[in-house]
Design a protein around this ligand. Structure first.
Ligand code: AKB
Length: 325
């Protein structure tokens, strides 16, 4: 694997929730010119455009994927672009097509163009109602009931296949819900845990689309970035599996998150009006056993519910009070 100075990195999903914060961090580590941001349709921020190369690429087009990998002599890929669970359930056929075709195009492009290492995020969505829901083990039944989950199980199998058949060093983790302060998530079941902060600060009230007692595993964005870079920089002998490693930072219910935010906004009013996303949430783990990631490559999150909430409030309050997004 190229050392840090010779990494040429490509990140898809550049304008999304994870990409928009992962790219600045990678540019700090490997140099601005060495990290190519790839987006599609959504306009990137001025910072993203100023701080390094940006390309508009249709990931459904295999030739376009090959072209961008070759032109920039990429050896490391973070392939983040995907349709998330709630949007995916509205049009499952599109979710399958987009998630699987973009992944197969990237895997093929990578193996044929000398990419050495690739990160692809899996999700807690690989689990379903027949998997144990508390402290969900690494190896258990994977029978998801959402199309997003189906694409994540198929994607894990595909990544594992490319690793064993072609020696492509694909690395993956099963992300829980990601809570972030810079870019809103787009179309997931765990999005409520970000939205509630915005509405608490702006309006002092929030209508939650999940039940109050719905408990899900979550990860704060700084830990998410640390996790993605951590597994990608781990020595080869530490990453023993090429499906998805379970990772988690904390677990809480919607009601517990509201109570934690009330320490900063005591008058916060939350109503609960479960919609179609409740069924997805009810099929997912409430907490995850990530001991194998901890043991293999040293995964360890820094944030719990209290420290995440404090940091979110500290970041968002001054910004939203000034009327910014
Ligand atoms: C979603 O809610 O769809 C995602 C996920 C858990 O993968 N945040």
């Amino acid at each position: 694997m190229p050392d840090e100075c010779s990494r040429k990195v490509l990140v898809t999903g550049a304008t999304g929730q994870i990409g928009s914060e992962l790219i600045p961090e990678l540019r700090k580590r490997y140099g601005k010119r060495n990290v190519v941001a790839v987006g599609h349709r959504r306009r990137p921020s001025e910072d993203m455009l100023r701080s390094g190369p940006y390309e508009e690429v249709d990931l459904m087009d295999e030739a376009a994927v090959t072209d961008v990998l070759r032109r920039h002599e990429i050896n490391t890929v973070y392939h983040l672009a995907a349709i998330l669970s709630a949007v995916g359930e509205k049009d499952p056929q599109i979710a399958w097509k987009v998630n699987m075709l973009s992944l197969t195009n990237m895997l093929e492009g990578a193996r044929k163009n000398d990419v050495k290492r690739m990160f692809w995020p899996s999700s807690i969505a690989v689990f379903g109602p027949t998997s144990p829901r508390t402290n969900t083990p690494q190896d258990t039944v994977l029978l998801p009931t959402s199309m997003y989950g189906v694409t994540k199980v198929a994607g894990e199998l595909l990544c594992n296949y490319y690793a064993s058949k072609y020696g492509l060093d694909v690395r993956s983790v099963r992300f829980p819900g990601i809570i972030s302060s810079e870019t809103l998530p787009g179309g997931g079941t765990t999005d409520y845990a970000v939205e509630i902060f915005y509405e608490a600060i702006r309006q002092g009230r929030y209508r939650c689309f999940l039940r109050k007692d719905t408990t899900l595993p979550m990860l704060y964005q700084p830990d998410c970035i640390k996790c993605a870079i951590g597994i990608m920089e781990a020595p080869c002998d530490k990453v023993r599996r090429h499906d998805g490693y379970n990772v988690t930072g904390m677990s809480f219910s919607a009601g517990e998150l509201a109570d934690e935010i009330r320490k900063y906004v005591p008058s916060l009013e939350v109503t609960y009006a479960p919609d179609h996303r409740q069924e997805i949430a009810d099929s997912w783990p409430m907490s995850m056993d990530d001991s194998i990631a901890r043991k293999d490559w040293g995964w360890a999150p820094d944030h719990d519910l209290a420290s995440m909430t404090k940091d979110m409030m500290d970041r968002l309050t001054p910004r939203l009070k000034k009327g910014k997004r």
